[in-house]
Ligand binder design. Structure first.
Ligand code: HEC
Length: 233
C-alpha cells in the first residue's frame, strides 16, 4: 500500500513536471543567451523578489537578506520575441492594459556567481509555448550546454566559490523546486488581471504594469529590431 502511494506520488510529480516545462527545448547551446540577444529590462518594484535558492549557507553560516545574497550572486532579467512578432495589447473592461504575448516569447531570469568568470548558476526561463499556457523551466550548464532540469523538490548543492574579491567561500544551498514556479508567479505577478487561469500565468515584471518595460525595453527593442514590439488592437 505504502509502495503504491509512493509510486503514485512519483508518477504524479512526473506529470506535474512534464506539464510545467512541456514544449521547451531539452537543451540549449552554451552561447544561447549571446546569440539570441535577450534585451534586459528593469523591475519596477523592490518586492516581491524571486528567491535565488533555499537554505543558502556561506562557510556554514545561513545567509538570508537579499543584499547579502547578492554579494555572492548576480542576476539579470530579459525578454526575447520571435523575429517579426509583436505583443498584442488590448484594454480590458476596467481600462487596464492586457498583453497577449506571441507564441515563442521567452523571458529569462539569469543567475550567475560572483566569480571572475561570472559562472552561470541557473537559467530560469518562461516560454509562451501555446495559446493559454506559459511553460516554466530551469536550465543548468552541464557538459558544455544548458540542460532542462527535471529534479523533484529541492536540489542540494555544495561547491566552492572563487569570489572575484579573491576569497574562496564554501557554498551550500538547495535549488528551488520546479513545482513552485507557477504558484508563486500567480501570487506575485504585477498584472494578475491579464492571466485567465493559473496555467496561463507568466511573467511577474515583464508586463504592461511595468513602466520600465514600456519605456526603456521598448526603446531598446526598436533600436535593435527596427519595429515596435507592442501592437495596440
Ligand atoms: C517565491 C516566488 C517565486 C518563485 C518560487 C519563482 N519565481 Fe520567478 N519571479 C518571481 C518574482 C517576484 C519575479 C520578479 C522580481 C524578480 O526578478 O526578483 C520573478 C521573475 C522571474 C522571471 C523574469 C521575468 C518576469 O518578470 O517574470 C523569470 C523568467 C522567472 N521568474 C522564472 C521562474 C521559474 C522558471 C521559476 C521556478 C523554478 C520561478 N521563477 C520561481 C517570483 C518567483
Amino acid at each position: 500500500m505504502r509502495l503504491l502511494a509512493i509510486l503514485c506520488f512519483a508518477l504524479f510529480s512526473q506529470l506535474v513536471e512534464a506539464q510545467i516545462s512541456e514544449g521547451m527545448s531539452k537543451t540549449l547551446p552554451a552561447d544561447h543567451l549571446e546569440k539570441n540577444h535577450y534585451l534586459e529590462f528593469e523591475n519596477f518594484r523592490d518586492s516581491p523578489r524571486a528567491p535565488i535558492a533555499a537554505a543558502i549557507k556561506i562557510d556554514g553560516q545561513p545567509v538570508r537578506s537579499i543584499q547579502e545574497i547578492f554579494r555572492y550572486f548576480s542576476e539579470i532579467v530579459g525578454a526575447w520575441l520571435p523575429e517579426g512578432k509583436t505583443i498584442k495589447s488590448k484594454t480590458d473592461s476596467e481600462g487596464r492594459e492586457v498583453w497577449n504575448y506571441p507564441i515563442g516569447t521567452r523571458v529569462i531570469h539569469f543567475l550567475t556567481l560572483n566569480d571572475k568568470e561570472k559562472t552561470p548558476f541557473e537559467l530560469r526561463m518562461m516560454e509562451r509555448v501555446e495559446e493559454g499556457r506559459w511553460a516554466f523551466g530551469v536550465y543548468h550548464l552541464k557538459e558544455g550546454e544548458y540542460k532542462l532540469q527535471n529534479y523533484n523538490g529541492l536540489l542540494q548543492k555544495e561547491f566552492e566559490l572563487n569570489h572575484e574579491n579573491g576569497k574562496v567561500y564554501n557554498v551550500s544551498l538547495k535549488h528551488i523546486p520546479l513545482q513552485v514556479c507557477q504558484n508563486c508567479h500567480s501570487n506575485t505577478t504585477s498584472a494578475p488581471y491579464q492571466y485567465s487561469s493559473r496555467q496561463d500565468v507568466g511573467p511577474c515584471e515583464f508586463t504592461p504594469a511595468n513602466p520600465k518595460v514600456k519605456n526603456d525595453w521598448v526603446k531598446k527593442f526598436l533600436d535593435e529590431r527596427g519595429y515596435h514590439p507592442i501592437q495596440k488592437l
